[in-house]
Design a protein around this ligand. Structure first.
Ligand code: ADP
Ligand code: MG
Length: 474
């Protein structure tokens, strides 16, 4: 059988299909038409420029591997883009663009399929079936120390972060745990430390990952029977940054694997940086042995920024965006949004947007409208502790009673309501809700939620409880 554009592409598709989600395959690969094969260059036609950019950004490595398999090392890819017909011509015109990564087909940069007889380390960041030699740090260079403004609220955490960045693994701040409420800069600071280390020590392997993604990868590795590869991969890292470790709460398998990785890294003088939305003492459902590790180094808190810091954060943001806004308006925003830097930034962004999109002058009145809307629209995330407190107060009992094992009807109902609201207002899993509300299991929480739903429809008094409590949470 002779090799044609069609046959080459067909084989590529088989390989690609095996390596990505069906939905992604449908969206991004089915619409592609193979057009021409000359020498070792395959031309494919894509529906738009955006489409081409997306492929280049997300799938270029995969395409490379597929094509190399079919056409050898010298394989080239050319995109033919159907441009929109803007001039009323009958025929759409096309534009040809070579794949940008053509030059990068050099061997050491390449992702190579895992050879089954030689199961080398698997990188959990890589599409299954492909081994990536490079480890991407996953750092966001826009989160750096230069734009992480200093204030009383973050001085300790910031300077501890700096110290760690100067001597990763070489200070007593190991692990460095940065904790604080939503939107106070944990993620920003965590990246900044990583970015700084990469600047100073380019040869060190830095990896940033959210605890959620870490957990997903772990679960995946168990499913695929590659748990050891997963552990080995993480043990190779010089600086491991895990964001939002509270997410590990209740996930004993992931905690266990993290415990082993942590010990290995720590013993080998590698740096671990963690963030959490609570102090270690307040963390729920994290194994004691892991908690005690968290406390080995330094726990530094990010607090709500004071007025001066809020002003300088706002000014810095405006400066970087090249926007000028009158002083009194900056002060107004800083005065009214206090607890959270993300909200502060959000308000100023919508103020800028209002003024540029609607061509309205930025006045105090406009600032008032934006701030009011903004503060109203951002639902504060409530904690399960807070929910239990509010529900117990409402029924005039204490939290211990609400959590107790008693079968007394009104206490059971209060407990079920607490579970119901925890499901509704937090992102916690059923298992985690159960264990925090009187050490129940996930089935109990599920049952509670169903019971509350039923009673809401059949019992007028109970409906009122729900409405009253809902008001208290909003
Ligand atoms: P968290 O992870 O604690 O929820 P983030 O790190 O996502 O918070 O921060 C929220 C926003 O506030 C980000 O856009 C971040 O850049 C900004 N921010 C936080 N702290 C500072 C700071 N000290 N200086 C400048 N911007 C900050
Ligand atoms: Mg964060």
């Amino acid at each position: 059988m002779s090799v044609t554009a069609n046959s080459v592409w067909k084989n590529c598709l088989v390989f690609i299909k095996d390596n990505i989600q069906p939905q992604a395959f449908k969206t991004w690969f089915e619409p592609i038409k193979p057009v021409k094969l000359s020498e070792n260059a395959l031309s494919i036609q894509v529906p738009s420029k955006f489409f081409y950019e997306w492929l280049e950004e997300h799938y270029v490595k995969l395409l490379k591997v597929a094509l190399t398999k079919e056409l050898g090392e010298t394989a080239k890819l050319v995109y033919i883009i159907r441009m929109e017909n803007t001039y009323g011509n009958k025929e759409p015109f096309t534009e040809k663009i070579p794949s940008s990564n053509r030059g990068a087909m050099a061997a050491q940069e390449m992702d190579v399929p895992i050879k089954s007889k030689n199961p080398e380390l698997r990188n959990p960041f890589v599409i299954p079936g492909i081994r990536n030699i490079k480890i991407e740090s996953q750092l966001n260079p826009n989160y750096n120390f230069d734009n992480f403004l200093e204030g009383d609220s973050n001085r300790l955490a910031r300077s501890a972060g700096m110290a760690v960045a100067n001597k990763p693994g070489g200070t007593s701040f190991n692990p460095l745990l940065v904790f604080g409420g939503v939107g106070l800069g944990k993620t920003h600071l965590a990246h900044a430390i990583g970015v700084e280390i990469k600047d100073k020590y380019p040869e060190r392997t830095v990896l940033y990952i959210s605890a959620e993604k870490f957990t997903q990868q772990y679960i995946e590795s168990v499913k695929k029977n590659t748990r050891n590869d997963f552990i080995h991969f993480y043990q190779l890292i010089d600086v491991l940054i895990i964001d939002d470790v509270q997410f590990l709460s209740g996930k004993s398998g992931t905690q266990d694997v993290f415990f082993h990785i942590f010990n290995h890294l720590h013993q080998n003088g590698k740096q671990v940086i963690l963030t959490s939305d609570k102090a270690p003492v307040d963390m729920q459902d994290i194994e004691q042995r892991l908690l005690s590790r968290f406390k080995w180094g330094l726990s530094a808190e990010l607090q709500s920024p004071d007025y001066e810091t809020r002003i300088s954060i706002l000014k810095n943001k405006l400066y970087r965006d090249g926007v000028e806004i009158p002083e009194d308006i900056i002060e107004y925003v800083a005065k009214h949004i206090k607890s959270n830097i993300r909200e502060l930034e959000g308000a100023i962004i919508s103020l800028i947007a209002q003024s540029t999109l609607n061509k309205r002058e930025v006045t105090i009145e406009l600032a008032q409208q934006v701030v009011e809307k903004f503060v109203k629209n951002t639902k504060r995330e409530v904690s399960i502790d807070y929910i239990q407190k509010v529900v117990s107060d409402y029924f005039e009992m204490d939290v211990a009673t609400l959590q107790s094992k008693t079968r007394k009807r009104h206490i059971v109902q209060a407990r079920q309501l607490a579970m119901f609201f925890a499901k509704k207002f937090t992102k916690a899993s059923l298992a985690s809700i159960g264990s925090q509300i009187g050490k129940r299991d996930h089935a109990t929480v599920l049952h509670a939620c169903k019971t509350v739903d039923n009673l809401a429809e059949t019992d007028k008094q109970f409906r009122k409880y729900i409405d009253d409590l809902t008001k208290k949470f909003s």
